[in-house]
Design a protein around this ligand. Structure first.
Ligand SMILES: Cc1cc2nc3c(=O)[nH]c(=O)nc-3n(C[C@H](O)[C@H](O)[C@H](O)COP(=O)(O)OP(=O)(O)OC[C@H]3O[C@@H](n4cnc5c(N)ncnc54)[C@H](O)[C@@H]3O)c2cc1C
Length: 430
């Protein structure tokens, strides 16, 4: 086949989920599912989509993101009927921990719990005693902290998810090109993409979905598009635990006292990583220093950039020591450096491009694995019939970054202002 209904670029969890949803839709409408083409430059789920923690939860400070996460959580639980793949979630819920302030609670988090009731997401404040009962004995909780419990959160095993993505794409009968890279595009006079240039062939298409994650800025630069995605480094560490001491399952621990997520992993390890940085200046500096539109994102898969520094590991050990009283009896098992795919406002980029009408974006922002099924359905709605999901997606359109957004965003970063002024002065002097 040389002409496709839709070409999806990027075989991470978001691109694969999009291709599955579109092909399944065509199949159920008695149309050709092979006309959906998923193109992956390496192999499926080999970039960020194999380096996540498999945590699926719905609590989110953004109400629209929480709504989507709630729908996605329900979809993951029913994924056999939706994708046809078997996945066994570990349903231990999530314990959220943060610091109390002077008046004995944390108003911001109390408000979050209140707001989430309207989504509705089950996210309830609980006492320290109730929180302790949910945890194995080695988890240390403190009187200076407040606790919230999300019972419907669960964890999946990333390697199993990867297998499910392979099974589901094959069952959907979408066309899959692995080890084929999208090198460029041809457009017509109406500014629509008509051809996609791959390593070994050129294919025609009616629609394009960009699910190339951190690779998007470089890929679309030649089309004159500015896709603001950055790569924020984050370490991952796994600690091997004795299997004879504690049999009780541990909930996912979202520890905002010490800024770390913990989950149990591979039957007997505690897995940890820090959350995305939420300081605006840090995000700004990342976009100022890290021009993925020039350097691309191949470093993400380069082992040299996955090495973990010893001092960082000590830092993680200190953090973990504050939460687990048995860490002296655990062994460092493995760890690596990974990257969050983030946008300037830490929100997804979804739906139609603002300049090219047959291009859609399906990009996360450092927390998107859990959204894969719902984003796939959303892409289907954008292309076939608008609905509740595409309406929700409209809150995350790329057009919010048009105009002077990036300039203002970067100008506010005083360090860059200073540096650029210096550079200008040097240039003028020359
Ligand atoms: C340590 C860590 C823990 C995380 N834990 C969680 C978690 O518990 N829960 C959660 O929801 N999220 C989590 N995340 C976030 C999650 O991993 C990502 O948001 C998600 O995997 C992004 O998926 P993606 O499909 O957009 O990107 P990717 O998986 O990066 O996929 C993009 C794909 O596009 C391909 N590609 C790029 N350019 C081209 C081209 N020109 N032609 C063809 N193919 C191309 C790449 O090879 C790649 O496979 C975590 C992230 C990190 C770093």
């Amino acid at each position: 086949m040389n002409k496709y209904h839709t070409v999806v670029i990027g075989g991470g969890c978001l691109g694969t989920a999009s291709a599955i949803a579109l092909a399944n839709h065509l199949k159920s409408s008695k149309k050709n599912p092979e006309s959906i083409c998923l193109v992956e430059k390496n192999i499926l789920s080999s970039a960020l989509s194999i380096r996540h923690s498999g945590i699926v939860r719905a609590a989110n400070a953004d109400a629209n993101a929480a709504k989507l996460a709630k729908i996605s959580t329900d979809m993951w639980m029913n994924i056999k009927n939706i994708w046809g793949a078997e996945l066994e979630p570990e349903r231990n819920g999530a314990l959220w921990i943060t610091k109390k302030n002077e008046n004995g609670t944390n108003e911001k988090w109390d408000k979050l719990a209140y707001d989430l009731k309207h989504v509705p997401v089950n996210f309830n404040k609980i006492t320290k005693d109730a929180a302790q009962k949910l945890c194995p004995d080695f988890v240390e909780l403190h009187d200076s902290e407040v606790f919230y419990y999300e019972p419907d959160a669960f964890q999946l095993e990333p390697a199993h998810v990867r297998l499910a993505l392979y099974q589901s794409i094959h069952q959907s009968q979408a066309t899959l090109f692995e080890n084929e890279e999208v090198m460029g595009f041809k457009k017509n006079k109406a500014n629509k993409i008509t051809e996609v240039i791959l390593t070994n062939r050129v294919i025609k298409t009616d629609n394009v979905i960009n699910a190339a994650g951190a690779w998007s800025p470089k890929l679309f630069k030649n089309l004159g598009l500015n896709i603001p995605v950055g790569a924020e480094p984050v370490l991952v560490a796994n600690w091997l635990n004795s299997l004879s001491t504690e049999k009780k399952p541990m909930p996912i621990i979202a520890d905002y006292t010490n800024r770390a997520y913990f989950r149990t992993w591979r039957d007997g390890e505690v897995h940890m990583h820090q959350p995305r940085n939420r300081w605006l200046d840090e995000t700004r500096s990342l976009f100022a220093d890290n021009h993925l539109d020039i350097i691309g994102a191949d470093f993400i898969n380069n082992p040299v950039y996955q090495m973990q520094g010893l001092s960082n590991l000590h830092n993680y050990k200190d953090i973990a020591n504050k939460r687990f009283n048995n860490l002296q009896n655990t062994v460092f098992s493995s760890g690596h450096q990974s990257y969050f795919d983030i946008t300037p406002d830490l929100k997804f980029i979804l739906g139609p491009d603002s300049k090219i009408s047959n291009l859609l974006h399906c990009l996360g922002s450092g927390q998107a694995f859990k959204y894969a099924p719902v984003f796939g359905e959303m892409m289907k709605q954008y292309i076939f019939n608008a609905g509740e999901l595409s309406d929700l997606g409209n809150n995350f359109l790329i057009k919010r970054f048009d105009g002077s957004f990036m300039k203002n965003f970067l100008d506010k970063y005083s360090g860059v202002n200073y540096t650029l002024n210096q550079v200008n002065q040097v240039n003028n002097a020359l």
